[in-house]
Design a protein around this ligand. Structure first.
Ligand code: NAD
Length: 498
């Protein structure tokens, strides 16, 4: 067990000891049917934080049984009732900000200040969807030929499987649970096995907010496919919402095809960060640092490819290297740390192999470039320049603290380079020419365009990608649509010919 530690304002031993270690099914915490368990470790130190029950297929089906059993009753609750549960959940998560932030830093590695930022960001999805719950509109219209008056209404899709990744343990859960509660859906939530502790605490918090038994069920285990496969094949499940890698998203979409299951897919990214010759370079560097280094570079929106106009590439590069060299790498629980560890050794090896491949494909290492010896999975903040566009670092998601710089000479070339991977989630454009925004927005095949802004995520915006970055939107007015079916009711016009 981790040593007593009161960094931040939370006693970590007390917090970890208070967490449930079982599966949450039908309003009860229970042991896995196999009796098996798995350890959750701190990526900064390797210490074991907790040992949790490991769910198998039987446990997953038991969780769906619980969700299916209460779906009808839950769908009939009033919008106001569901809205008030989400409001209380928002308040409780906010009151417990230090506890949530501490858990995320311990299990995921991000610096405590960033974890606090995620609590605020994640809680906002609960508040936003509390507000959206009571604003689910249909419409009414007479069909053009007359004879039928039509009414549309929204109904919950039904029991949902929600699968979340390890990089934003709270926000990725609230972004799905918030709209599912708002719409009146019941849920089986499967967090990532690397960071399940935040979800355990979140489930406890939802119960205290008044969520009835069976509406939210949480199962996590070391074999995620054993959990998801039987549920996706089960006709009682009506939707799968997945955030994670494109590789796993494709597997789930193939499985979902057999059941013609509704899917929302928030998948990988490979964001271009484009700086034009008329940009404010200091503002662009500040935006680059936020877009690249937030979450240790482990974000689907992370800037991956820095496409810089040749007239400003020297100035931008020099300032970016200076900013990267000023960062402090270390345990996210320590004061003054900007960059925590990567999530696991496999992730660090992948980042190192991308850097090696880039070096073999023409890149010069301007700073960093190596793993850091000692405990934890630390990697130096790194800037590369000159890798070829067919190098892996251009084509693949980096998911680490590595910025790779490329040059372009005109707008069309920038757009072509930006679009030249299978991904289409976030993109960033820095320029002082307002007309350029609209030309770029037309040309860029991305679900999100940040203009002179390095961080654009917010509960109020429709977040999602195109191409291999996924399907559907989370957050915004659109987020709730993913959890509702539109039903059309055709009513005979009383004045129509009989
Ligand atoms: P991952 O695909 O390995 O895992 C995501 C989730 O899927 C985890 O809960 C995992 O247990 C589960 N999983 C893994 N294999 C599975 C299988 N065969 N069947 C069913 N479930 C399975 O991804 P990750 O490494 O946890 O997360 C990083 C990825 O997530 C990156 O590609 C990142 O870009 C993406 N991501 C996307 C968004 C977005 O909104 N688009 C947000 C955050 C992360």
């Amino acid at each position: 067990m981790i040593m007593a530690d009161t960094k931040g304002s939370v006693n970590t031993t007390t917090l970890l000891d208070s967490l449930p270690t079982g599966l949450f099914i039908g309003g009860q915490w229970r042991e896995a049917s196999s009796g098996e368990s798995f350890e959750v470790c701190n990526p900064a130190t390797g210490e074991v934080l907790a040992t949790l029950s490991s769910a198998n297929s039987d446990d997953a089906v038991a969780a769906l049984d619980a969700a299916a059993k209460v779906q009808k009753e839950w769908a009939r609750t009033s919008a106001r009732e569901r809205s008030e549960i989400l409001t209380r959940a928002y308040q409780l998560v906010t009151e417990r900000s230090e506890e949530f932030a501490t858990l995320m830093t311990l299990e995921m590695g991000k610096p405590l200040a960033e974890a606090r930022g995620e609590v605020k960001y994640g809680a906002e999805y609960l508040r936003w969807f509390a507000e959206e719950t009571v604003r689910q509109y249909g419409h009414t219209q007479e069909v053009p030929e007359g004879g039928i008056r039509m009414v549309t209404r929204r109904k919950p899709v039904g029991p949902c499987l929600l699968i979340t990744p390890w990089n934003f343990p709270l926000a990725m859960a609230t972004r799905k649970v918030g709209p599912a509660v708002a719409a009146g859906c019941t849920m089986v939530l499967k967090p990532a096995e690397l960071t399940p502790l935040t979800t355990q605490y979140f489930a406890q918090t939802m119960v205290e907010a008044g969520l009835p038994a069976g509406v939210l069920n949480v199962v996590c285990g070391t074999d995620p496919a054993a959990i998801s496969e039987p549920l996706i094949a089960d006709p009682r499940l009506r939707k799968v919402s997945f955030t994670g890698s494109t590789t796993v998203g494709k597997i789930l979409m193939k499985q979902a095809a057999d059941s013609v299951l509704r899917t929302s897919m928030e998948l990988g990214g490979n964001a271009p960060f484009i700086v034009f010759e008329d940009a404010d370079i200091d503002q662009a560097v500040a935006g680059a640092m936020a877009a690249k280094m937030r979450n240790i570079g482990e974000a689907c929106t992370a800037a991956n490819r820095f496409l810089i106009h040749s007239e400003v590439v020297e100035e931008f590069t020099e300032k970016l290297v200076t900013a990267m060299e000023a960062l402090t790498v270390g345990n996210g629980m320590d004061d003054g740390v900007d960059v925590g560890p990567l999530i696991e050794e496999k992730a660090r090896k992948n980042v190192a192999s991308l850097v090696d491949d880039a070096k073999g494909n023409g890149a010069e290492v301007l700073t960093g470039g190596n793993a850091i010896d000692g405990d934890g999975f630390f990697f130096q903040p790194t800037v590369l320049r000159g890798a070829s566009t067919d190098s892996r670092i251009f084509q693949e998601e980096i998911f680490g603290p590595v910025a790779s710089i490329y040059e372009f000479t005109d707008e069309d070339e920038a757009i072509e380079l930006a679009n030249s991977t299978p991904y289409g989630l976030a993109s960033y454009v820095f320029s002082e020419d307002p007309d350029r925004l609209w030309r770029l927005a037309d040309g860029l095949e991305f679900g999100i365009v940040g203009y002179n802004a390095g961080v654009v995520s917010n509960a109020a915006v429709p977040f999602g990608g195109v191409k291999h970055s996924g399907l559907g939107r989370e957050g915004g007015a659109e987020g709730i649509d993913e959890y509702t079916e539109v039903q059309y009711i055709g009513v005979r016009d009383p004045y129509a010919n009989k």
